[in-house]
Design a protein around this ligand. Sequence first.
Ligand code: SF4
Length: 85
Amino acid sequence: MSPVSHGTFIAVEVDESVRGDTELAKRLEEACPVDIFLASDDGVQVVQENLDECVLCGLCLDASPPGTVNVIKLYDGGAVLERAA
Ligand code: SF4
């Protein structure tokens, strides 16, 4: 997994195994309230400019297979946002 980090506070990682999944890309695009995910013909794109808009809602985690999308709190020592129980 390679981190896609650009924002100061938040990084979002999408696992290689699902990055080309256009259906997942559409689900993520719909799920995220601040447009951090973009569905393209190539699959999931992370919109770097919007990363710091992340509200830690966890909807992207709910929309994806377990462990394939990680939201990393860079301001919190790299803690990973946990999926709501
Ligand atoms: S936690 Fe919410 S705001 Fe942050 S990337 Fe996921 S869906 Fe978007």
